[in-house]
Design a protein around this ligand. Structure first.
Ligand code: ZN
Length: 112
């Protein structure tokens, strides 16, 4: 999904890499790696006739929602950043509501 977003911002919306990186809340080098991987997959799909599979659609990329299990606060939060503590009560019992749609993106989550 993040590769899809990279393509969408850079090649579809024609943002430059700096703008696109900022929009995704990631560093420019990270964005460059992402867009390279994404373009390589698209090229592979076209040249090899492979099916292009995009999963986890219908997500607001700029923000995700976190739900505090302790105080019930729902916090809108920039996508891609891990949120550890509730800004309201300081609890670290935070559920990322987008996680079920983002298998693998945030790893296994939780604290060590
Ligand atoms: Zn809370």
């Amino acid at each position: 999904m993040d590769e899809f977003e990279a393509i969408r911002l850079a090649d579809y919306k024609q943002l430059d890499h700096a703008q696109a990186a900022e929009s995704m809340d990631i560093s420019r080098p990270t964005f460059s790696r992402l867009i390279e991987k994404a373009r390589s997959k698209v090229a592979d799909s076209i040249v090899e006739g492979k099916e292009l599979l995009i999963t986890g659609g219908n997500i607001d990329f700029k923000n995700t929602l976190h739900h505090c299990q302790d105080c019930g606060e729902v916090i809108q939060h920039p996508f891609g950043k891990i949120m550890d503590d509730c800004p309201d009560c300081g609890s670290n019992n935070i559920e990322d509501l987008a996680r079920p749609f983002l298998s693998g993106r945030h790893g296994r989550g939780g604290k060590k």
